[in-house]
Write a protein of this length. Structure first.
Length: 214
């Protein structure tokens, strides 16, 4: 889905009152600046955001990159997915993103993988790897501490080195801590460009898709 004002208004209207009122928690990021730098040399890059609509983020990326933004909100998909569905969520994710292979320059995953079981995480990683163009980059946040019940959050970019995390879902999901080796194996076909371990119990991974060789 491409972002427009009507989508923003519908998303904000549906948000729980407590989440809207929550000012959020700010924390540092080292990988976001690297992610931005990887896209600045591209003319009109295509950026995919797996999170919910955040109008200020759209403005932030538009001003700095002049990019086309595809908003998918996979968090919402997971929150609404029937617990008793006969189709595993991993199977659903295999065909969820209906875009041409090699059509996206950058992907923002935020902390979405924290809420997936391993089969679902692997299925999504394969799909995202196919979507990236050569030299494209993918940014993900991965917790180092699992939790039994954690609310989904919107990530609001404050500047290149800090983001604010605001809860937007009334429900919660189990948050899984993957090992570094498991994260790297998920994204087979991509190379780790940067990796940072933050004091906030978050590991930031910036992956890059290798250039095609003739």
């Amino acid at each position: 889905m491409l972002w427009d004002q009507r989508s923003k208004e519908r998303s904000e209207a549906a948000a729980p009152a407590a989440a809207v009122a929550d000012a959020g928690q700010m924390f540092p990021t080292k990988a976001l600046r690297k992610f931005l730098a990887s896209l600045t040399s591209r003319e009109s890059p295509v950026l995919m955001d797996l999170g919910p609509v955040v109008g200020s983020n759209v403005t932030f990326f538009g001003e700095r990159l002049g990019c086309k933004i595809i908003l998918e909100d996979l968090f919402g998909d997971l929150d609404r997915y029937p617990k008793n569905s006969e189709i595993p969520f991993a199977q659903y994710l295999k065909t969820r993103l209906k875009h041409e292979d090699g059509s996206v320059d950058g992907i923002l995953c935020w902390n979405y993988f924290d809420f997936l079981d391993l089969p679902s995480a692997q299925a999504l990683a394969v799909s995202l790897t196919k979507l990236l163009r050569p030299e494209g980059t993918l940014l993900g946040f991965f917790t180092t501490v699992g939790a039994a019940d954690t609310r989904f959050s919107k990530y609001v970019i404050m500047d290149e080195v800090s983001v604010k995390q605001r809860p937007y879902s009334s429900g919660g999901k189990k948050q899984t801590s993957f090992q570094n080796r498991d994260i790297i194996r998920m994204f087979e076909g991509l190379k780790v460009s940067e990796s940072f371990l933050l004091k906030t119990n978050v590991r930031e991974f910036l992956f890059r898709k290798p250039a095609q060789t003739s």
